[in-house]
Design a binder for this molecule. Structure first.
Ligand SMILES: [Zn+2]
Length: 250
C-alpha cells in the first residue's frame, strides 16, 4: 500500500495510504505521500524538544550528498530549496539527504541562535573556543542537543558532499577543503566565490568539524538577504541537482 502512494502520488501529495485489513497504526508513520521521499528520520530533538528531521531522496548507491539549512533561525529562505526537492518529483542520479530545519527553536523565534542562546555554528568540537556575544559558542564543545544530533547523523551517513546553506553573505566559500568542488558549486548556483573567514579564524563550525574528521567535503553556501521565491523553489533546486548530474523524473 505504501508503494501505491509512491506510484500515484506524483501530482497529488495527499494520497491516502489505505490501511484496510491492518490494525497497525504505525504503517501511517512509515508511509510518506511525497513521491521523491525514500526514507525519513528524526535525527534528534532541540532544546525545546522539537524534532530535527531529515528526508532521504534519490537513489541508494549513487554519490551521497547532504543539504542542510536553517542552522540559524533568522535565515529563512534557503530552506525552500530543500523543501522543493523533498516535495517534488522523484530524483535520480544521487543519494540525497535533506535536513531543512537544523535549528527548529531558532526558526520559531526568528533568532540566529538556539533556545539557550548558542550559535550552533560555533559549538562543534573543532577549533572550539569560548566565544561570547553574537557568536556565543556555548559552555563547552558540543554542549547543545542540536549539535550532538547532527554529529550523530553525519557519523552515521557520512556524506561524500555536504552543502550548508546560509544567508546573507551571497557567495560560496573558497576557504575550504576541496577548492574544485567550491568552484563547481559557485558556477552551478550562479553565486560568486568568497572567503568566509568568520572575521579571522573559524571556530567550532560544522563544516570545519566535518572537513577535518571525515573523507567527505562540506561547503558553506550563502544566498543574499532576499532571494526570490522563484530562485529558491525553482531555479536553485535544479541547479543543485546539476552539480552531480542528477535530475528529477519527468
Ligand atoms: Zn548562517
Amino acid at each position: 500500500m505504501v508503494a501505491l502512494a509512491a506510484v500515484f502520488g506524483t501530482s497529488l501529495y495527499a494520497v491516502p495510504t489505505t490501511s484496510a485489513g491492518s490494525s497497525d497504526a504505525s504503517a501511517h508513520v512509515v508511509a510518506d505521500d511525497r513521491p521523491a521521499v525514500i526514507g525519513k528520520r528524526v535525527v534528534g530533538r532541540s532544546v525545546r524538544d522539537r524534532p530535527i528531521r531529515a528526508w532521504h531522496l534519490g537513489e541508494r548507491g549513487k554519490p551521497k550528498v547532504l543539504l542542510i539549512s536553517t542552522m540559524h533561525g533568522d535565515e529563512p529562505h534557503t530552506r525552500q530549496i530543500l523543501e522543493a526537492l523533498r516535495d517534488g518529483r522523484p530524483i535520480h542520479g544521487i543519494d540525497l539527504w535533506v535536513l531543512p530545519t537544523y535549528n527548529p527553536d531558532g526558526r520559531v523565534r526568528h533568532t540566529r541562535k538556539n533556545a539557550r542562546g548558542v550559535d550552533l555554528n560555533r559549538n562543534f568540537p573543532n577549533n572550539w573556543v569560548d566565544l561570547d556575544g553574537a557568536y556565543e559558542s556555548g559552555p563547552r564543545p558540543a554542549s547543545e542537543p542540536e549539535t550532538r544530533a547532527v554529529m550523530r547523523f553525519l557519523r552515521d551517513i557520512r556524506p561524500r558532499w555536504i552543502l550548508s546553506f546560509h544567508q546573507p553573505l551571497y557567495g560560496v566559500d573558497t576557504v575550504t577543503k576541496n577548492k574544485r568542488f567550491s568552484r563547481k558549486v559557485a558556477r552551478a548556483l550562479n553565486l560568486p566565490r568568497k572567503s568566509f573567514t568568520c572575521g579571522g579564524a573559524c571556530h567550532g563550525t560544522m563544516t570545519g568539524w566535518y572537513n577535518n574528521r571525515f573523507a567527505g567535503a562540506a561547503l558553506t553556501v550563502e544566498y543574499g538577504p532576499h532571494p526570490s521565491r522563484r530562485r529558491m523553489q525553482v531555479t536553485a533546486p535544479r541547479q543543485v541537482l546539476s552539480i552531480w548530474g542528477a535530475f528529477r523524473h519527468r
